[in-house]
Design a protein around this ligand. Structure first.
Ligand SMILES: C[S@@+](CC[C@H](N)C(=O)[O-])C[C@H]1O[C@@H](n2cnc3c(N)ncnc32)[C@H](O)[C@@H]1O
Length: 207
């Protein structure tokens, strides 16, 4: 009961605030503007990436997310934006789009939270065109052993507070295990963010 109230009323606002810090928004701007054509954003959440799309390059945007509460915020954010958006209220493990229909998949700060990773990455591969790209920007496993130890310790509690978010996932490994080829990868601790949640991986992967 308390958990349901927390998930419904507190978590969406908490995620919206925590994911819109200056360093995180700076990261968004490193990947989102490269999206083009028919775009699928996985885990669009409250729509925090919307200001970073180059509208002229976007033919159509599908914004997928299972959270109805976050979608309510996204609908408000979408009003300030003239991209043609179609929201899909669903998890990435089942994407209701035709195979090979997407030019760009955008995924930011969401691979940490998806529970059915294998199924979700397989769906993402299915809908992405052969020459399509996946733009990703995620936080994950830190390279320093002392930080990683704390990530592993805190992860179970963190997940309970932040909607199933994992702070210790090996993002590049996970993308490659999903069958994608990483073409470009950058990584660093982002400034002004606790190291256990601040190690970012971003780049481009192909099908
Ligand atoms: C930390 S938030 C990030 C939201 C947004 N991507 C951003 O960059 O601000 C994680 C998001 O993953 C979404 N999510 C959780 N499970 C998912 C799933 N199975 N498929 C797609 N998105 C999922 C959540 O609803 C939430 O919007």
């Amino acid at each position: 009961m308390i958990k349901n109230l927390y998930d419904k009323y507190c978590l969406p606002k908490l995620l919206d605030v925590c994911c819109s810090t200056k360093p995180i928004n700076y990261q968004r701007n490193k990947v989102v503007p490269y999206a083009k054509g028919v775009v699928l954003e996985i885990g669009i959440g409250s729509g925090l990436n919307l200001p970073y799309y180059k509208n002229l390059n976007i033919e159509k945007l599908y914004g997928l997310d299972p959270s109805e509460e976050l979608n309510e915020i996204a609908l408000i954010n979408a009003k300030n934006n003239d991209i043609d958006i179609n929201f899909l209220i669903n998890g990435a493990e089942e994407i209701n789009l035709p195979s090979s229909s997407i030019d760009t998949i955008v995924i930011t700060y969401t691979l940490c939270t998806i529970s059915k990773l294998k199924e979700s990455l397989s769906e993402m591969k299915r809908v992405l065109k052969d020459d399509g790209i996946m733009l990703f920007c995620e936080h994950g496993k830190a390279p320093d052993n002392n930080i990683e130890i704390w990530q592993n310790r805190i992860n179970p509690l963190w997940g309970k507070l932040f909607g199933g978010c994992n702070i210790n996932r090996d993002i590049p490994q996970l993308v490659e295990n999903g069958g994608f080829k990483i073409e470009k990868l950058d990584q660093m601790y982002i400034p002004g963010t606790p190291k256990i949640v601040g190690y970012n991986y971003w780049g481009v992967a192909t099908n």
